[in-house]
Design a binder for this molecule. Structure first.
Ligand code: HEC
Ligand code: HEC
Length: 443
C-alpha cells in the first residue's frame, strides 16, 4: 500500500482528473486524490470493519494480485476465501475489484436477441438500482455478509467508522452528522456478536442508513479512481505509441480479436477498453471439486444470473435462459501476481489455475472426451479430457468450444493476456490517463 501512495502523488501531478458528477460535491483535497477517494481507500483497508476485526475488503481484493485474492494455497484449491468468522465460506472466487465501476446499472437490453447487461458480482445482483452505481450497491454487501466481514448490523459499520483514525477525513467529506448518532455505550461489544441489532431511536436509525450509503459511495469513488483503474499496462502504452508489443503478443492480440473470438465478449477496442461488455454467459466451466460449497454438498451448483433472477421473483421464462450464466469479467490484470510462482484462480469458482488452461478450454471444450468424474484442471489436462459443465443449460456453443487454435496460437493469446497487467512504474502512468476516465458503457 505504501508504494501505491507514493505512486498516486505522481499520477496526480501528471494528470488533473475529472470527477464523477455525483461525487463532485464531496470532493477535492488539493490537486490530488479527492478526499472521498482517499476516504474510500481507508475504509477498503480497514480490518476493524469485520466482526472479529480480522478482515477488510483488501483481504480478498489485493492490488498486487490484480484486485483478487492474495493466497496461493487458497487460489490453488477451492479459491473461496474464509470469512471473518473461522470456518465460514462463500462459494465463489473473488473477481477483480478494479475496473468494476464502469459496469452500467443492471438492465435488460433489447439489442440483438436481448440480454441482461451490467451490475456487479458474478450474478449481477448488486444492480446499482439503490445508489445509482453497481459498485456502491456492491460495497454494502460484504460488511454484513455472514460468510465475509459478518458484522451484525449496518450500525456497527457506521459506529466503527466513527471511531476510526480517519474519522476526521470522513467528517470532512460527509459532514459531522455521524458524530451526532447516539450509539448505546455497549455498542462495541454488541458489534462483536452475531444476530444483534443495535438499539437506536428512529432518528438515529435513519442517520445510520444515510451514513451507510455514504460509506458505500466512498468505497465506490475509490474503486473508480485512477489509482485503482490505472490503464497503465503495456497494452495501453502500445496504444499511445509508447511501446511495441512483441511479435508473439501482437499475434495473440490478432487472435484475441479474430479466430479466438475473445473480443466478442472481452471488448478490446474503443476508449480505455475494460475487456468486458458486462453481459452474461455460460461457458460450461466445470464444477471446482475443491470448492467448499461442493465439498459440503455435492449437489451444489451455481446458477449464476438465472439464480439471482429466480430469487428476485422473475417468471421462469425470464430466469431459465439465464441459468448458469456469469458476468464476463474484466481481463485487465488477469496475470498480475506479486511473484512469478504466485498461484491465481480463474472463473467464478476458480476451477482454472492457469491462463493456458483457460484458453485451452475455450479451444477444445467440445473436442475432447468427457472426463469420467469431477476432475480438477490439472487432472483434466493430464487425462486429456474435460469434465461436464457445472450447469448444463444455456452453454454457449456459438463462440467457443472448438476454435481450431494450434498450441502456438494458444500460447500467443496467453502472451497477449499478460500485456494487460498495469505497470507500477511512474513514467508510464500518464499514458492511459491522458485519454481521460472511462465512460460508462450504455450497451
Ligand atoms: C471474504 C472475501 C471477500 C471480502 C472480505 C470482500 N469481498 Fe468482494 N468479492 C468477494 C467474492 C467471492 C466476490 C464475488 C461474489 C459473488 O459474485 O457473489 C466479490 C465481489 C466483489 C466485487 C464485484 C466485482 C464485479 O466486477 O462484479 C467488488 C467490486 C467487490 N467484491 C468489492 C469488495 C468490497 C468493497 C469489499 C469490502 C466492503 C469486499 N469486496 C469484501 C470476496 C470478498
Ligand atoms: C461468449 C462470451 C465470451 C467469449 C467469446 C470469451 N469469454 Fe472469456 N469469459 C467469459 C465469461 C462469461 C467468463 C466467466 C465465466 C465463469 O466464471 O463461469 C470468462 C472468463 C474468462 C477468464 C477468467 C478471468 C477471471 O478473472 O476469472 C479469462 C482469462 C478469459 N475469459 C479469457 C478469454 C479468452 C482468452 C477468450 C478467447 C479465447 C475468451 N475469454 C472468450 C465470456 C467470454
Amino acid at each position: 500500500m505504501k508504494r501505491m501512495k507514493i505512486r498516486r502523488k505522481a499520477i496526480l501531478l501528471a494528470c488533473p482528473m475529472m470527477l464523477l458528477v455525483s461525487y463532485a460535491a464531496a470532493s477535492v483535497a488539493g490537486g490530488g486524490a479527492t478526499a472521498i477517494e482517499e476516504l474510500g481507500e481507508f475504509i477498503f483497508d480497514d480490518k476493524d470493519l469485520s466482526i472479529n476485526r480480522n478482515q477488510a475488503c483488501v483481504s480478498c481484493h489485493d492490488a498486487d494480485w490484480g484486485g483478487t485474492g492474495p493466497d496461493s494455497i487458497i487460489n490453488g484449491a477451492g479459491a473461496v476465501y474464509e470469512g471473518s468468522i473461522p470456518g465460514r465460506f462463500g462459494d465463489r472466487k473473488p473477481p477483480s475489484s478494479a475496473y468494476a465501476t464502469p459496469s452500467p446499472i443492471f438492465h435488460f437490453s433489447k439489442r440483438g436477441e436481448g440480454q441482461f447487461v451490467g451490475g456487479n458480482f458474478w450474478d449481477g445482483r448488486a444492480t446499482g438500482e439503490r445508489l445509482g452505481n453497481p459498485a456502491a450497491d456492491q460495497a454494502q454487501g460484504p460488511f454484513l455478509n455472514p460468510v465475509e466481514q459478518a458484522l451484525p448490523d449496518a450500525a456497527c459499520v457506521v459506529y466503527r467508522v466513527s471511531m476510526a483514525s480517519y474519522a476526521p477525513l470522513y467528517e470532512k467529506v460527509w459532514g459531522d452528522n455521524i458524530a451526532s448518532i447516539a450509539f448505546p455505550s455497549d455498542t462495541d461489544s454488541l458489534c462483536g456478536q452475531e444476530g444483534v441489532t443495535i438499539p437506536l431511536s428512529p432518528e438515529d436509525r435513519a442517520k445510520v442508513e444515510l451514513e451507510y450509503d455514504n460509506i458505500a459511495l466512498a468505497i465506490a469513488a475509490y474503486e473508480d479512481s485512477p489509482e485503482v483503474n490505472r490503464f497503465s499496462s503495456r497494452f495501453d502504452a502500445q496504444r499511445c505509441g509508447e511501446t511495441k508489443l512483441t511479435k508473439q503478443e501482437w499475434r495473440g492480440f490478432k487472435l484475441f480479436q479474430g479466430k479466438g473470438k475473445c473480443a466478442d465478449c472481452h471488448v478490446s477496442s474503443g476508449r480505455n477498453p475494460v475487456f468486458t461488455d458486462f453481459t452474461y454467459d455460460n461457458l460450461g466451466v466445470p464444477m471446482n471439486p475443491e470448492n467448499p460449497a461442493f465439498i459440503a454438498d455435492p449437489a451444489f451448483v451455481d446458477l449464476g444470473l438465472g439464480g439471482f433472477l429466480m430469487r428476485r421473483g422473475e417468471p421462469s421464462a425470464v430466469y431459465e435462459p439465464e441459468l448458469g450464466k456469469m458476468k464476463v469479467p474484466t481481463l485487465r490484470n488477469v496475470d498480475m501476481r506479486p511473484t512469478p510462482d504466485s498461484v491465481k484462480a480463474y472463473t467464478h469458482n476458480g476451477y482454472f489455475k492457469t491462463l493456458k488452461g483457460v484458453v485451452h478450454f475455450y479451444n477444445t471444450r467440445d473436442v475432447k472426451d468427457r472426463c469420467p468424474g469431477p476432475y480438477t484442471e490439472a487432472e483434466a489436462l493430464a487425462a486429456d479430457c474435460w469434465p461436464e459443465p457445472e450447469v448444463a443449460e444455456n452453454v454457449n456453443t456459438d463462440e467457443l468450444g472448438d476454435l481450431g487454435l494450434t498450441d502456438e496460437e494458444e500460447d500467443a493469446i496467453v502472451a497477449f493476456l499478460k500485456t494487460l497487467t498495469d505497470d507500477e512504474h511512474e513514467e508510464d502512468e500518464d499514458c492511459g490517463h491522458e485519454k481521460g476516465r472511462h465512460e460508462a458503457c450504455d450497451d
